[in-house]
Unconditional design. Structure first.
Length: 77
């Protein structure tokens, strides 16, 4: 398992559907205490996930849960 290349990536940029990235970033922090860069690549909003040695599985699960909860409410029409 330790030599599986999937375990070596510490950073990923994840595209999001059209949404208010600034609002997502603010609500992630205000409501879930998740601090994560939210930006855009051209017109595509993106999350930049960076996992470090001090992050736990619980941290990642909280991020996933928060995005699933918040994203539907801030999608752009």
């Amino acid at each position: 398992m330790a030599d599986d290349p999937r375990w070596f990536a510490q950073m990923a940029t994840l595209p999001l559907p059209a949404c208010d990235g600034a609002l997502l970033k603010k609500r992630l922090y205000d409501e879930y205490r998740v601090e994560i860069p939210v930006g855009a690549w051209g017109d595509i909003p993106c999350l930049r996930v960076s996992v470090q040695g001090y992050n736990t599985r619980s941290d990642i699960e909280r991020l996933i849960h928060a995005v699933h909860e918040l994203l539907p409410g801030i999608l752009s029409a």
